[in-house]
Design a protein around this ligand. Sequence first.
Ligand SMILES: [Zn+2]
Length: 69
Amino acid sequence: MTEEDKNKIRAYSKKTPKYLSRRKFNEEGALVEVQCSHCKKFKSISEFSKNKTQTDGLETKCKVCKQAK
Ligand SMILES: [Zn+2]
């Protein structure tokens, strides 16, 4: 991870302190995986439905948990 990426994430984490602990980024600083708030597993962002009210535009629960209810 480059210094630039670290700065990017550092800037973001100031805005939303809990954000980083639930997310994984690639070396470009792009979001690749999110931790489901229900099953606590890290899954690809394609495993989450979209939700415009959330910070990154994704649901906090994965599709599987969302369906299981
Ligand atoms: Zn889940």
